[in-house]
Each structure stands twice: as structure tokens, then as C-alpha cells.
Design a protein around this ligand. Structure first.
Ligand code: SF4
Length: 368
């Protein structure tokens, strides 16, 4: 009989699954503790479970997580991980240190169908939607690699549009949030969308935070750089954001990539403030991170500063995000592409290559 990957089961799923063969609720809690707290994925070592039960579990579940294929550490402390999935495809996750935070940026898809014109991943069509275990796996493997440090925040801003794969995204949040698992606070999880309006209510329902990749102050520019805007224009997107705020009472983060000559005029800053004025929010401005083949350019530091100052002058709550990890291909999807399509000599003089971090979660399919 085919076994299922344990890491795709929320605690609730596990309760229901085990109840079918007469097991009480606390059994699934015990299992979760073994796996997520004690990091044991060998049923034979789960000594508070009867031998018969362990044998049954072996017939039902296996444990599989993506493998770290490459681990690069930037001079600025950013760490980038390339994971290989069971399908052989690869995704990236990035750890970004800041003040007292250690934020993990995870991927939810291989490639992306949203085709944002400035995005490296958007040039690679959707190849695979990750399942929950592949998202949970990015978190667990990274945390193991950076131990004894612990991740404090998760942002779904890596490869893919998270709301194009909502079941797996929200299931992975539930798994990591479980009180018998990693107990990761939902308030520390942010899901970022390019604007899939019908799915935005799911973010408040899941109890996580919303970020919207806005990137333009009006429909004309947004239609040019983000095709999703033709389907869900700014009026609908902003309405969904207002509804989200009403449901969650939680400020929204608007991300705004500054593209030289396209979105960085001071008039754009004024338009942007008018556009979002009805939504309690902060605006994250991100100078474009240039990547090979991109027709867009990063504005000068002076222009970035002028744009930033104009937003502040107009009373916006604004953050200017430093571009980090430039020496390790930090533009979203870039490392994957380099490795999949065009092997290159990577400068690893300041980097560690993965494969050094083999511990608990290397234990593959235990059912066989
Ligand atoms: S910016 Fe996000 S939604 Fe747009 S193409 Fe890139 S990964 Fe997809």
C-alpha cells in the first residue's frame, strides 16, 4: 500500500486519519511532538507508542522533505538556500537578518504564471505548485541549518504566487503553528500576493498578515508591468484590501518596486499615497534588484531617497528596504535559473555549500 508524506498532515488531518482506525486524539499529538519537537522520524524510536501501533503507522506514513542542494551566505548576512524537490525541480528560500529578526522568505511554486514583467521568476512559467510538506520542509531544513538560531518570521514572497496555491500555503502555516509542533505564531507570517482578488479573504481567515505587491500607482502602469491587473484592476484590489482590514484589523503592507523611469517619479509617489489612503497600511519601497536579461533598471540612490522623502512628507508610513544578498543572486528565482539552465562558476569564496547539515530530517521513507 502506498504511504503518505507525514509532513502534509495538519494535526486536524492526523486526528481524522487516526480516528478511522480507532486511535484517540492524544495519539496524533504524541506523534506531532516526536516529529516536530524531538525531531524523530523513525517510528521505532517513538517509545510511548505500542509496537502494533508503530507497525500500523509504518504502513500509512513516510517522511520526506526537500533537500538542501546549495547554501550561500552573503557578506551582509543574507543566506540563500536552493532546495531540490522530489520531482527533481528546484526552489529557493532566503533568510534575511534584520535587527532582532530572522525572516525566512519561502517559495510556494516552481515558476509562476503571473508573469510580472520585472520579475525573474515570472519569466519561468509555472512548472509545479508545491505541496505543504515542501513548504514546511523549507522552514525545517533552514532552521536546522542555522541552528542554534531560530527563525522569527516567515514571508511568502519567494518563487510563485502564494494565493495561486492557497491550500498548500495555509496548510503549511497550520502545520508550523500547531501547539504540538513548532508553535510558530501566525502573527509572524505574511502572505504576499500580486493581486488575486478572489483569494484575498483567505488571508484573514487563516489569521496571517497580508502584503500586496502593488508596484504601480495607477492602472495604466500596473497593466504594463503586472498582467494580473487587467483581470483584477486597482479598484477591485483596493476594495479587497479594505475588506481585509475590516475582517482582520491588521495593517496591510504594500510593496512598491522602484523601476527607473517607470515607477519612480515624484508624481507617482503622490498618486500612490492618494491610491492607498483609505487602507491602514505601510508602504515598503524596494529599489529594483537588476538581474540578467532584465530591461528594467534600478533608480539612482538619490532618486530612491527623493521618492522616500516625498512619501514621508505626505504622511505615509514607509519603509525603505535595502537590497540584500546581491553577491548571492538574491533576486527571486535567480539562483534556480542559474543552476537549472546555465551552470556557471559561482563565487563561493564567501559562501558555504549545503550538504553539511544532515541530521534528523535526512531520514527518508521509513515505511519501506
Ligand atoms: S513577482 Fe511574484 S507573482 Fe509576479 S511573477 Fe514574480 S513570483 Fe510571480
Amino acid at each position: 500500500m502506498k504511504t503518505e508524506n507525514f509532513f502534509n498532515f495538519t494535526l486536524q488531518d492526523l486526528h481524522q486519519n487516526l480516528a478511522r482506525f480507532g486511535k484517540e486524539k492524544f495519539r496524533s499529538e504524541q506523534l506531532y511532538k516526536w516529529v516536530f519537537e524531538k525531531k524523530i522520524t523513525d517510528f521505532d524510536q517513538m517509545t510511548n507508542l505500542s509496537k502494533d501501533f508503530r507497525e500500523e503507522l509504518k504502513k500509512k506514513f513516510h517522511f520526506h522533505l526537500p533537500e538542501i542542494k546549495t547554501h550561500l551566505i552573503s557578506r551582509d548576512g543574507t543566506q540563500k538556500f536552493l532546495f531540490s524537490l522530489a520531482s527533481g525541480k528546484t526552489v529557493e528560500a532566503v533568510v534575511i537578518p534584520s535587527d532582532d529578526r530572522l525572516t525566512l522568505c519561502v517559495s510556494s511554486e516552481v515558476g509562476c504564471n503571473m508573469a510580472c514583467d520585472f520579475c525573474f521568476t515570472g519569466k519561468q512559467k509555472l512548472k509545479q505548485r508545491l505541496d505543504a510538506s515542501e513548504i514546511v520542509g523549507q522552514f525545517l531544513k533552514v532552521e536546522e541549518a542555522i541552528a542554534p538560531l531560530r527563525l522569527t518570521n516567515i514571508v511568502f514572497m519567494g518563487m510563485g504566487e502564494p494565493l495561486d496555491n492557497p491550500d498548500a500555503v495555509f496548510k503549511s502555516v497550520e502545520i508550523l503553528h500547531s501547539p504540538f509542533g513548532r508553535q510558530f505564531s501566525k502573527r509572524k507570517v505574511t502572505v504576499s500576493t500580486s493581486g488575486l482578488v478572489p483569494e484575498i479573504p483567505l488571508v484573514a481567515q487563516a489569521g496571517v498578515r497580508l502584503a500586496v505587491s502593488l508596484n504601480a500607482p495607477n492602472d495604466e502602469i500596473r497593466n504594463q508591468i503586472m498582467p494580473i491587473n487587467k483581470k483584477f484592476p486597482l479598484k477591485d484590489l483596493l476594495k479587497a484590501c479594505e475588506d481585509h482590514y475590516r475582517a482582520s484589523r491588521d495593517k496591510i503592507t504594500f510593496e512598491y518596486v522602484l523601476l527607473k523611469g517607470v515607477t519612480d517619479h515624484l508624481e507617482h509617489a503622490r498618486e500612490l499615497v492618494r491610491l492607498v489612503r483609505r487602507v491602514p497600511c505601510k508602504i515598503n519601497i524596494i529599489p529594483f534588484n537588476e538581474h540578467p536579461g532584465s530591461e528594467y533598471q534600478r533608480p539612482t540612490d538619490q532618486q530612491v531617497e527623493k521618492f522616500h522623502s516625498e512619501l514621508i512628507r505626505l504622511g505615509a508610513h514607509v519603509l525603505l528596504r535595502r537590497t540584500m544578498g546581491r553577491d548571492i543572486y538574491a533576486a527571486c528565482g535567480q539562483l534556480t535559473s542559474e543552476i537549472e539552465n546555465k551552470p556557471i562558476e559561482m563565487d563561493t569564496s564567501n559562501s558555504r555549500i549545503g550538504g553539511l547539515h544532515k541530521r534528523f530530517f535526512e531520514n527518508p521513507d521509513l515505511s519501506s
